[in-house]
Design a protein around this ligand. Structure first.
Ligand code: SAH
Length: 255
C-alpha cells in the first residue's frame, strides 16, 4: 500500500434532517477533519457553518453516481466527506458509494449515522411509530412501480406502521394519492396519519389526521414531506395534534 493511500479516508456522513442541532458530534468531527466535502447544494447549505475551511464540491440532484466516483477517487489520498441528508443508509449515499468503492480494495471508509426523517417526524408527532414499522419510498426513478406497489400492499396487509418517503416530486405528483388508495384497502378510515413537512427546518409543518381525511391536505405534501400511517391500534390525540401507537403495555399492565 502506498504512503498516500494510507493517509486518505472517506466518511459517508448522515447530516440529519435539517437543523444543525441534530448533526451528531461524530458527524461534525468528521466534517471538520475533512479536506473535501461533497454533496448537493441544499445539504451543503445545511452545514455551511461547519465546513468553512473545507474545499466544497457542489453537485446537482441526480448526479449521485458521478458524486460517489469523485469522492472515492479523492479519498485515495485525502480525507473526504460525502454527505447525505438524514441517514446515509436511508435512501442515501451509502449504497452507491460502497458499490463504487467495492472495486477499489484499499480505501478506508466509515459511515457516520444520522437522524433520519422518520425519527424527526415521529418525534414531532409524539409516538406514532414505537411498534414494528416499514419504510417505503414512492420514488420510481430507481425502483419499478410494481415493486413499490407490492411492498406497500404487504406492509399495509401486515399492519406495519408505514413511513412514506419521497411521497411526491414535480414529475410524480400522482404517486401519493395512488399509495393512499392502496393502503386504504387494508386500513379503516379513522387510522391516524401524520404529515410532516420540513422537519426541524424552516417551514416546519406537522399535521395529525386520519387516512380518511389525508387527501384534504394533498397540497401540503411535497418532496420535503414524510407521511406516517399508523397501525390498527394507533390513535389520534386530536387536541394536541399527536398520534399514539400503543406498544402493548396495556395488554400487561394497568395504568
Ligand atoms: N436519507 C434521508 C432520506 C432521503 S430521501 C433520511 O434519512 O431522512 C428524501 C425524502 O426524505 C424526502 O422526499 C422526504 O420524504 C424525506 N425527508 C428528508 N428530510 C426531511 C425533513 N426534514 N422533513 C420531512 N421529510 C424529510
Amino acid at each position: 500500500m502506498s504512503q498516500s493511500r494510507l493517509q486518505g479516508k472517506l466518511y459517508i456522513v448522515g447530516i440529519g434532517p435539517g437543523s444543525i442541532e441534530h448533526l451528531t458530534k461524530k458527524a461534525k468531527d468528521a466534517l471538520l477533519e475533512s479536506e473535501y466535502v461533497i454533496g448537493n447544494g441544499t445539504y451543503l447549505d445545511q452545514i455551511a457553518d461547519v465546513i468553512k475551511n473545507a474545499k466544497i464540491i457542489r453537485s446537482g440532484m441526480g448526479g449521485e453516481v458521478e458524486r460517489a466516483r469523485r469522492a472515492v477517487f479523492l479519498s485515495r489520498d485525502h480525507v473526504v466527506s460525502i454527505i447525505s441528508g438524514g441517514d446515509a443508509n436511508v435512501y442515501g449515499m451509502a449504497g452507491i458509494v460502497f458499490e463504487v468503492a467495492e472495486k477499489e480494495s484499499d480505501i478506508e471508509i466509515e459511515v457516520i449515522p444520522g437522524v433520519t426523517a422518520l425519527s424527526a417526524a415521529a418525534s414531532l408527532l409524539g409516538a406514532p411509530v414505537v411498534s414494528d414499522f416499514a419504510a417505503v419510498s414512492l420514488s420510481d426513478l430507481l425502483t419499478p412501480i410494481d415493486l413499490i406497489e407490492r411492498r406497500l400492499k404487504s406492509a399495509a396487509q401486515a399492519d406495519f406502521v408505514i413511513a412514506i418517503y419521497n411521497p411526491k416530486s414535480k414529475s410524480r405528483r400522482q404517486n401519493f394519492g395512488w399509495a393512499i388508495e392502496i393502503i386504504r384497502e387494508y386500513r379503516s378510515e379513522d387510522t391516524p396519519a401524520g404529515i410532516v413537512k420540513n422537519a426541524t427546518r424552516e417551514g416546519e409543518t406537522v399535521i395529525a389526521t386520519t387516512i380518511g381525511k389525508i387527501m384534504e391536505y394533498n397540497d401540503v405534501v411535497d418532496m420535503s414531506t414524510i407521511v406516517l400511517i399508523g397501525n390498527s391500534e394507533s390513535r389520534l390525540w386530536d387536541s394536541r395534534n399527536r398520534i399514539i401507537t400503543p406498544r402493548g403495555y396495556q395488554r400487561k399492565y394497568e395504568y
